[in-house]
Write a protein that binds this ligand. Structure first.
Ligand SMILES: Cc1ncc(COP(=O)(O)O)c(C=O)c1O
Length: 393
């Protein structure tokens, strides 16, 4: 069955990525691999907006977060973990597990961090060694105002490191690592990069490298000093997920061909279409307008509607969306729209959702939903339509 996979990662693979991932194996200590690594990391650096180093680690995004923690921090370091949802909580837990002295700034789920709130938390206290922030909180569909928050962190005394979980926003939403002064950011191959799961991406600035030299947390597999010295030879210290890297190279090339700003505009317009479509079926969005994510949209399930049967009905029709996580399990639904996606795919998913809602007794018309979504998309794009990656062959 052909699935319309609309979860916030893994994302559907373009045909060119699938073909690349099916290629014969190569020697990961040979010149072909060195070129694969060089091309992929330099493309990623351009897309992330950094002249710093990009390391490709075999593991999932969570592994990348752990790698950043253990490479930059020491047990006992004071760390401020800012959490707006399930993934912010996870980042905090990792730092705690490895012995950092973590203080949490917890924001109500569904909201973003207010820069003023962060500034007052950072003021009048002993300095923090690092601040952990989430760029795009996938569990709630909320994007933090990262640029403003980064400025607040820089103004804080003690010059804390700024370590960012950018897993579900990077590549799809505005992000300028060097310009914003982010010291380390993590993403993962199965998100906007359009490849299979298996590679974590860690971009590191010079302040992060200074910290890496002195950090005392235990590390072996994730040791960035090893990864860097092997990368200089065009290799990784351990056997990498070569096939995923084949796909990642193609995904990155497609995003470079589209252009960063065009990709960001496409995602923002698709998100506006999805938001308009969900509102047209009578669902209430979780996030307020200024903080809505461009890659994942969450809406409250209407009273009396259970997630399980709704999900099962949509799955039977080949459309897979996500439910809530953690304390929001059974309370919300989430649509992922990152990577190889245009408004047509999202309109199809919204029509299936609308049909399922009607089946369970909630008035919704698939035609109305589709036209609302298309209108939302077009209004947002204002005529400057970037061709969806899917249409670029
Ligand atoms: C914001 C964010 N952080 C962390 C993760 C965890 O990544 P992984 O599942 O690849 O370990 C995800 C995955 O959805 C995410 O969206």
């Amino acid at each position: 069955m052909q699935y319309n996979l609309r979860v916030p990662g893994p994302t559907p693979l373009p045909d060119a990525v699938r073909a690349a991932q099916a290629a014969q194996m190569i020697d990961h200590r040979g010149t072909e691999f060195a070129e694969l690594l060089r091309e992929t990391t330099s493309g990623l650096a351009t897309l992330i907006g950094t002249r710093g180093e990009v390391l490709l680690l075999t593991g999932s995004g969570t592994g990348g977060l752990e790698a950043v923690v253990v490479n930059t921090l020491s047990p006992g370091d004071r760390v401020l973990a800012v959490s707006i949802g399930a993934f912010g909580d996870r980042f905090a837990s990792i730092a705690e597990q490895f012995g950092a002295s973590v203080e949490r700034l917890e924001v109500e789920w569904g909201s973003a961090v207010d820069p003023g709130q962060l500034a007052s938390r950072l003021a009048d206290r002993a300095p923090f060694r690092a601040v952990l922030l989430t760029h795009n909180e996938t569990s709630t569909g909320v994007a933090n105002p990262l640029r403003e928050l980064a400025a607040v962190v820089h103004a804080a005394h003690g010059a804390p490191l700024l370590l960012v979980d950018g897993i579900s926003g990077l590549g799809a939403m505005p992000f300028d690592m060097d310009d914003w002064g982010v010291d380390a950011v993590v993403s993962a191959s199965q998100k906007a990069w359009m490849a299979s799961p298996g590679i974590a991406i860690a971009a590191l600035g010079s302040r992060a490298w200074d910290a890496i030299e002195t950090a005392q947390m235990p590390r072996f597999y994730w040791d960035f000093r090893e990864a860097r010295s092997w990368a200089q030879k065009g290799q990784t210290p351990w056997t990498p997920a070569v096939s995923v890297l084949f796909g990642l190279r193609v995904g990155v090339a497609r995003l470079l061909a589209e252009g960063r700003e065009a990709t960001w505009a496409r995602h923002a317009a698709v998100a506006a279409g999805v938001q308009a479509g969900l509102e047209a079926v009578g669902l209430q969005l979780v996030a307020s307008a200024p903080h809505r994510s461009a890659t994942v949209t969450a809406a409250w399930l209407p009273d009396g509607l259970e997630w399980g049967p709704l999900n099962a009905r949509m799955r039977a029709q080949g459309t897979i969306i996500a439910g809530g996580q953690g304390k929001w399990t059974g309370k919300i639904l989430r649509l992922g729209h990152m990577g190889d996606v245009g408004i047509a795919e999202m309109t199809d998913a919204l029509e299936i959702l609308s049909d399922a809602l009607a089946h369970f007794g909630h008035a919704a018309s698939p035609e109305r939903v589709a036209s609302a979504a298309r209108r939302g998309f077009e209004e947002h794009f204002d005529g400057g339509v970037a061709t969806p990656v899917a249409a670029q062959g």
